[in-house]
Ligand binder design. Sequence first.
Ligand code: 4AZ
Length: 238
Amino acid sequence: GDGGPLALFALCLQTQIQWQIALDENKKIDCGGAYIGGCWVVTAAHCVRPNPSAFMVKFSLWKKGESQGTTDIVPIQEIHIHPSPVDRNAHEYLKEIPNKKRCVEENPAIRAVCVPWTTHLFQPNHTCSISGWGRTAGIRFLLWANVSLIADCQRFYKDSFKPGMMCAGDLNGSVDSCQGDSGGPLVCQDELGVSYLWGIVSWGKNCGEPGFPGVYTQVSHYFDWIRIHTGWPAVTKF
Ligand code: 4AZ
């Protein structure tokens, strides 16, 4: 009634994937992405081409398992593609889509996910979650799943696996991201419940293929690059 403790509690419940955005090229959803605050979203490099006018960022009340609510559709003003994608063929990478004309409206359904500033925040076997509209048996709403961080991914992908990548999923192949999920978030929570954009859906051998987990951009690897382009201040240690 009065916006007191219950409302505050509701704002903290993670029943919605508040940072998920849809990257819409000519009105169809092609990729996911994550809102990292200010006027910035992050997606995968292979989701964009240098022409910003072809793309829109869609914010919505994305509930786990359904899509509903008002959508805020925001044009993109600039696209920054990381200059040294570690593997151009396999499309790894990270990039960024800012919009400086009109940023995100204040809305409890939208919340930025933290950009991790160190590669040591999460360890292998940590359970994180992925989300997206990617390939499934014809399902049209946002899906999500829990995945584990997987160590030493080179053993599966040999030389295709490069610094700045990481793997997650499960080795028997039952849970995975897929085509259409690209650019979307892999989010891990620390022990205080703070959510970090630990990975970006990038590539992998097929989907749900036993022994070949999904490959994600390791966002912490790109922290300095994101910081420079956003103009956000360096981390201060107190
Ligand atoms: C893709 O083509 C793609 N199983 C995304 C994720 C994975 C495979 C392919 C991971 O966008």
